[in-house]
Structure formats: C-alpha cells, structure tokens
Write a protein that binds this ligand. Sequence first.
Ligand code: IMP
Ligand code: MG
Length: 174
Amino acid sequence: MNEPKILIDTDELYSRIKQLANEINDYYGTEDTLNIICVLKGAAMFCTELSKNLKMPLKFEYITLSSYGNSTCSSGKVKSLNLSLPTFENENVLIVEDIIDTGLTLNFLFDFIHHNCKPKSTKLAVLFDKEIQRKYNLIPDFKAFEVDNKFIVGFGLDYQGFYRNLDYIGYFEN
Ligand code: IMP
Ligand code: MG
C-alpha cells in the first residue's frame, strides 16, 4: 500500500485539537451538559482526542453516516444505518465530524435533528473544513484546520476503508 506524504504531523495535530477544545470550553463554560454527536466512522479519533480536553459534563451519541462510498468524491447521497437520537430537550448539542466537504452529510444530520429533536442549540465542530467544495450553506462553528482540494487520510479519515489509524494527516501526490 502507498505511504501518504505528511500534511500535518502528530505534534501539530494534537496541539491544535487541544487548542480547539479550549475554544469550545470557553464558549460553553463548565456548568451545562454538552451532548456530543460523533459521526462515525471518520470522527471517532478526533472525537476521542477532543473530548479528553473538554471540561463540561459530557454525554455521547455515536451515529454512522456515509456519503463517499469507496471513491474520493461525494456520491451525492447520504447513507445512514439505524439513525436514532434522543430529544436533547433544552440541552446543547455539538456535532463532531472529521471533515465538511460539500456539506451534504451534515446538512442531512442538521435536518434530521431539526425534525426529530428539540435541543437548546446545535453547533458543529470539524477537524477539517474543505470550504472550496461546499454546496450547502453550512459553516462550522469550531474547526481545527482548513484544507484545499486535497484528498487527505489519517486520524479517522480513510481511503477505501484504510489509513484511519494513522496518527498524522497524510495525502497522496497525483
Ligand atoms: P460531504 O457530505 O460532501 O460534506 O462529505 C463529508 C464526508 O466525506 C466526510 O464525513 C468524509 O467521510 C468524506 N470526505 C470528504 N473529504 C475527504 C477527504 O479528503 N478524505 C477522506 N474522506 C473525506
Ligand atoms: Mg465521515
């Protein structure tokens, strides 16, 4: 298997995630419960690392959404398996996702929450913002990094199911 080139090394990755957690701590404070919705599979590692550094009482929901299938560009459809969430009545919700690209996946999730749950607020934290590709009007409230039109792997992000375990962010040269 090809070894990706390093885009963001482990030190930079972990220190930026810690910084981002502090931005989230400053925003929410330490009193109110925060409900994290972790979008599997890609956000698993980011969500774990981020939440180690969060200071408020946390609850977690894990959901599986997928839009890419096995290719490197969006399939245009969102697949969800057994999507069910609590009502979050009067509580804060933070969606944690690996990367926002066209915005299709997250638009689907915001829509689902809007129709099925009643949170006090719904915010979005992403590890990467690939803004250049956006087709839906969504802006992450918290983001660790921006990325241009590269296909990246590592720290949860995959190519055909592989590379999620890398402890850095890599890319492939064309
Ligand atoms: P969107 O629905 O087009 O915003 O796509 C978001 C999903 O596509 C993410 O949750 C990722 O799973 C996947 N994705 C987008 N860009 C990349 C990338 O550069 N590497 C790996 N996965 C990506
Ligand atoms: Mg994903």
